[in-house]
Design a protein around this ligand. Structure first.
Ligand code: SF4
Ligand code: SF4
Ligand code: SF4
Length: 404
């Protein structure tokens, strides 16, 4: 029997291998239960994770990237997303520091420079916090986060875009930094190929909004690259990120799991409003990746803030958004650690895998000495030498989207 399947519109980064499809209908059931959006696909890739035949695949770009890596006329730069660093530990039998190991693997593949997208996330945090403070002054709520392109696509279709922050997402920040900031400091004579390593399928489309990024490859594509290049992972030495865009705060790193963006913005906003650190007893109240929805009230001295975080559009549809000052929205259940470009895990193990990856990001938050975006020397230098003051005129020109 032919069951109903999901349909993808044009300009979607997902395709179906018809010969593999058995018309089981599971992709449609997944889409309805996670997003509940009919045929208005928002490119989250959750159906890819549940198709039992492997018939749904994102557009792969890793072969093109491998070709550039083998061409000495190009300088290849890659930046690693927060979620990816904790996602290959089991697949690659990684012991030790997974982030430094991943940097070593990418250097062995031939990337000339390896940077951290969490620095872009720090920049997003600072600008979004400034934007939130402006909203507080003008009593204009809710402010809804802008990192997830699938959510932004839903917001535009459903007239919610006026609430979405204009601050650029971490990958656009990173794109800006690599193409417009770093080139003043690193000696690059060749044409730069700027690649982002992501857990996300939707970001393959998001990069069409900027000239700064050439390719997004998913975590799963990296596994194919390692296999095709015959890299012996066990023999790879751990390496550090390259400098200038390589020392992120842990606030930038927790962007990869549910509630992390909200937590990061709250930490910086609290400091900017009260000139003191976010109280330890308020930390990570809304970062349980098992839950699709969490809400809380915070005492910010000058006002009581009501905030929420939500994963999936179906869960968002149940909310009264007008009850809140600030809302984090992510399309994938549990956030980017469970994105459509992540390694496939059996459906029964999905929750366990989600909790495991989230816990590893929270461990990084516990262990790192630099825990606040506004304290990052790299971020402060970027403002000092390139952008001016946070939330200022230059910042709006360079670090905000004009379409929202
Ligand atoms: S889940 Fe996969 S096999 Fe089943 S209908 Fe959808 S695409 Fe086809
Ligand atoms: S990519 Fe997401 S929104 Fe699109 S069909 Fe699949 S589950 Fe639905
Ligand atoms: S939640 Fe993260 S992985 Fe999922 S669509 Fe949004 S940005 Fe991509």
């Amino acid at each position: 029997m032919k069951n109903e399947r999901v349909e993808f519109g044009i300009n979607c980064a997902i395709t179906r291998i018809e010969e593999k499809c058995t018309y089981c209908g599971l992709c449609k059931k997944t889409c309805d239960s996670v997003q509940n959006i009919g045929n208005d696909c928002i490119k989250c890739g959750q159906c890819i994770l549940t198709c039992p035949m492997g018939a749904l695949v994102p557009y792969y770009n890793y072969q093109e990237v491998l070709n550039y890596l083998n061409d000495t006329d190009y300088t290849c730069i890659i930046s690693i997303s927060p979620a990816t660093r904790v996602s290959l530990i089991n697949e690659l039998n990684i012991t030790g520091d997974p982030t430094r190991k991943l940097v070593g693997i990418l250097k062995a593949l031939g990337f000339d420079y390896v940077y951290d997208v969490a620095v872009g996330a720090d920049l997003t945090t600072v600008e979004e916090s400034m934007e939130f403070i402006e909203r507080i002054k003008t009593n204009n709520f809710p402010l809804m986060t802008s990192c997830c392109p699938s959510w932004k696509s839903y917001a535009i279709t459903n007239n919610l875009d006026k609430y979405v922050s204009s601050t650029k997402s971490p990958i656009k920040m990173q794109g800006y930094l690599v193409k417009n900031y770093l080139n003043r400091y690193i000696d690059v004579k060749n044409k730069v190929i700027n690649v982002l390593l992501m857990p996300c399928v939707s970001k393959k489309i998001e990069i069409h909004e900027t000239d700064d990024i050439d390719y997004v490859i998913t975590t799963r594509e990296l596994l194919y690259m390692i296999s095709e290049a015959k890299i012996d992972v066990s023999s790879i030495k751990e390496k550090d990120f390259d400098s200038l865009v390589g020392n992120a705060s842990s606030s930038g790193v927790i962007f990869g799991t549910a509630g992390g963006v909200l937590e990061s913005v709250l930490r910086t906003t609290y400091y900017l409003m009260n000139n003191e650190e976010f109280p330890k007893n308020l930390e990570r109240k809304l970062m349980d990746s098992k839950e699709l929805f969490q809400e809380a009230e915070y005492d910010f001295k000058k006002l009581k803030l009501k905030v929420a975080r939500v994963s999936t559009m179906k869960e968002l549809q149940k909310m009264d958004i007008h009850k809140y000052h600030l809302i984090e929205v992510m399309a994938c259940p549990g956030g980017c650690i469970n994105g459509g470009g992540q390694p496939l895990v059996p459906t029964n193990d999905n929750m366990e895998s989600r909790i495991d990856k989230s816990t590893k990001l929270i461990d990084i938050d516990n262990d790192k000495s630099l825990r606040y975006s506004y304290k990052s020397e790299e971020i402060n230098d970027i403002y000092k030498y390139d952008i001016g003051v946070p939330g200022g005129k230059q910042a709006h020109k360079k670090l905000h989207d004009s379409d929202l």
